[in-house]
Every structure is written in structure tokens, then in C-alpha cells.
Design a protein around this ligand. Structure first.
Ligand code: NAD
Ligand code: TYD
Length: 340
């Protein structure tokens, strides 16, 4: 079996590559990643010399390159993680989200169709469903109602994947997962940003009233869900992935401060994100009942392990925040926090 994993140098992709390389020594896994600001080969140091693993640098939206790679490698399975993934960046620069998330997906679908792959799995997000009020859950039947340029680009890609199944009979699945957390999470996202700022005794910028809710899943549970869908998912189906761990943002931030023994006076409520979705909550009944998926990690232990990982892997994140990240932080938070 030969697998193409795109975006395998990012947060979830690198956790998935490690999981698959170790679990399936007989599979050959090719990781295609452009190494944008979010891609980091340090994430894969421990497995980079495994005989069943290979890294290729390239752009999923480069059609000729993608066709050539498929011709050469003859992939059986394609799992597409590669994406621009941060909502705040999509508000300041939406164009690259359309380019990578939509044009990139289209280039992969065309190559998958030309070279008869056995399964194309699109890693999508619950954010394509929009936002919930105080009650209710996203099911696979919830209409798409994306609110950010990021989620709009992911929804557009999902519709292309669906269309390639309906029109060309391409064997596809789409997974829509809730917010992930765990090792190698890039510190632009809520949990790693708050852990690192707290460790550096810097202010923790909480958007709006801090009561927006996300439904958190430990990254390894997501990897396991994708493994199941890849091998057992019914062609053409969408599967929601989520572990019923709804938390307000302020609750998460206070949990982090408590574990690190840092004061709540570091919290700073700042100007809200425009179009900020209020609540996400996933109904994953289909994945649980049809494919027998069962998450292994509960939030209380998962968040502790994650905080410990950041404590034990200082070098990993210190390298990241010493580079162009400084410019990013200033542009996103300079006005909000009143810092230069
Ligand atoms: P990430 O930003 O950490 O990683 C994205 C990876 O894609 C990086 O390694 C980057 O270099 C690579 N990449 C970007 N543009 C590329 C291109 N044009 N060609 C090749 N590679 C490119 O993202 P993540 O958080 O790991 O998310 C991975 C996928 O999972 C995304 O598709 C995202 O929409 C989806 N997802 C994320 C979450 C979450 O909580 N993070 C939840 C549900 C779904
Ligand atoms: P994020 O990690 O960016 O994921 P997403 O927006 O894709 O769900 O944000 C999670 C939540 O945390 C979201 O409600 C926005 C909020 N947030 C803050 O309050 N402050 C921050 O600095 C960041 C990055 C996010």
C-alpha cells in the first residue's frame, strides 16, 4: 500500500504520519508538504529515517508537479491535510486560503482521478457548518454555513470532493473534526499560544467575552478516526469527528494558568475576532456506531499531558517564536495588547 499524506509537516499531519509509520510498517508513506510557516520537519525528527517514510517538498496547488508525483509514485490512498489553517490569518489574507485550500484540493482530486487512487480522504473541519447557539450539535446533515474565509475555503473544497464522487465516481471520504490539541500545535492557535505566553509571563489575549465554546479533541484520537475512515469508510460519506469536550475559551485559559502556577492577572480581554463563531459542538454518532470509533483521551488528562509536552519541549517552540512569528504576533496582537 502506498499512501500520500499532504501537509504532513504540520500539527495534525505530523501526528498522523508518526501514527501511520509506526502502526503500518508495510505501508509506504510519502509526506508532501510545502513547508510554509506552519510546516516544520522538526515535528518528524524521530521517524525521518524509517524505511517506510519519505518526505517530498512541494505545493499541492502546482498541478504539473502533482500529476508528475502521482505518475511516479502510483498512490493507493491520498489523505489531504495540507491547508492554510488559521482563521485570524484568513481574515487578513484570504487569497492564499482559496489558492491552497481550493485550488490545491482540485489539483489533488484531478490527479487522484487520473491515476485511479483507491481512496481520497479530505480532512475537513466542523467550522464548515458555521456556528451554534446554546444548544444543539453539528451532524453530517447540518447545512454548510461557513462564516470565515478559512471555513469558506474548506467548505468549497468539501463540495469539490463531493462533486468528484458524484460526477466521476472517485472513491472519497470527508472527515469533519472539531478543534484538536496536543503536541506540535503551532503557537498561533489558542492552547499553545496561551501556554507559551504564560510560561513567558506575557499577557494572554482572550477575544471578546471569553465565552465562545470549542469542542476539543486530543490529536491522536483524530488520527485514529482518520485511520478508521480510510480503511472502513463507505465511499462518498462524510464522518464527523468529536469527543464531546465543550469548553469556554476562558475556562481553557484558566486551566492552563492553574497548572502552570501562573496568576489570572495575566489574562487580558481584547477586541473580538470579526465574525467570531460562538459555539461548535460535534455529534459523532455515525463514526462511533458505523465504524466503532472510541476516543481514548479525556480532556482533563489530555490537557495536562499537552502542557507537560510544552514544558519538556522548550527548544521546539523557542525556535518557532524567535523567527518570523514575532512579526505575526505584533501584527495580530500589537493593537489589541497595546504593545509595540
Ligand atoms: P497546520 O497549519 O499546522 O499544517 C498545515 C500544513 O500544510 C503545514 O505543514 C504546511 O506547510 C502545509 N501546507 C500549507 N500549504 C501547502 C501547500 N500549498 N502545499 C503543500 N503543503 C502545504 O494545520 P493543522 O492544524 O495540522 O490542520 C491540518 C488539516 O486539518 C487542515 O486541513 C485543517 O483544515 C484540518 N483541521 C484542523 C483542525 C485543528 O483543530 N487544527 C480541526 C479540524 C480540521
Ligand atoms: P483557534 O485556536 O484560533 O481555533 P478556531 O478559531 O479555528 O476555533 O481559536 C480557538 C478559540 O480561541 C476561538 O474562539 C478564538 C479564541 N482565541 C482567543 O480568544 N485568543 C487568541 O489569541 C486566539 C488565537 C484564539
Amino acid at each position: 500500500m502506498k499512501l500520500l499524506v499532504t501537509g504532513g509537516a504540520g500539527f495534525i499531519g505530523s501526528n498522523f504520519v508518526r501514527y501511520m509509520v509506526n502502526k503500518y510498517p508495510d505501508y509506504n508513506i510519502v509526506n508532501l508538504d510545502l513547508l510554509t510557516y506552519a510546516g516544520n520537519l522538526e515535528n518528524l525528527k524521530d521517524i525521518e529515517n524509517k524505511p517506510n517514510y519519505k518526505f517530498v517538498r512541494g505545493d499541492i496547488a502546482d498541478r504539473d508537479f502533482v500529476q508528475g508525483l502521482f505518475q511516479e509514485e502510483k498512490f493507493d490512498f491520498v489523505i489531504n491535510f495540507a491547508a492554510e489553517s488559521h482563521v485570524d490569518r484568513s481574515i487578513t489574507d484570504p487569497g492564499i486560503f482559496v489558492q491552497t485550500n481550493i485550488q490545491g484540493t482540485l489539483a489533488l482530486l484531478d490527479a487522484a482521478k487520473s491515476f485511479d487512487v483507491k481512496k481520497y480522504l479530505q480532512v475537513s473541519t466542523d467550522e464548515v457548518y458555521g456556528t451554534l447557539g446554546e444548544t444543539g450539535y453539528f451532524t453530517e446533515e447540518t447545512p454548510l454555513a461557513a462564516n470565515s474565509p478559512y471555513s469558506a475555503s474548506k467548505a468549497g473544497a468539501d463540495l469539490l470532493v463531493r462533486a468528484y464522487h458524484e460526477t466521476f465516481g472517485l472513491p472519497v471520504n470527508i472527515t469533519r473534526c472539531s478543534n484538536n490539541y496536543g503536541p506540535y500545535h503551532f503557537p498561533e492557535k489558542l492552547i499553545p499560544l496561551m501556554i507559551i505566553n504564560a510560561l513567558n509571563d506575557k499577557e494572554l489575549p482572550v477575544y471578546g467575552d471569553g465565552l465562545n465554546i470549542r469542542d476539543w479533541l486530543y490529536v491522536e484520537d483524530h488520527c485514529q478516526a482518520i485511520d478508521l475512515v480510510l480503511h472502513k469508510g463507505r465511499d462518498g460519506e462524510v464522518y464527523n469527528v468529536g469527543g464531546n469536550n465543550e469548553r469556554t475559551n476562558i475556562d481553557i485559559v484558566k486551566t492552563i494558568l492553574k497548572q502552570l502556577g501562573k496568576p489570572e492577572s495575566l489574562i487580558k480581554y481584547v477586541k473580538d475576532r470579526p465574525g467570531h463563531d460562538r459555539r461548535y459542538a460535534i455529534d459523532a454518532t455515525k463514526l462511533r456506531t458505523e465504524l466503532g470509533w472510541q476516543p481514548k483521551h479525556n480532556f482533563d488528562t489530555g490537557i495536562k499531558e499537552t502542557i507537560d509536552w510544552y514544558l519538556n519541549n522548550r527548544e521546539w517552540w523557542e525556535n518557532i517564536i524567535s523567527g518570523e512569528y514575532q512579526e505575526y504576533f505584533k501584527s495580530q496582537y500589537g493593537d489589541r495588547l497595546g504593545v509595540e
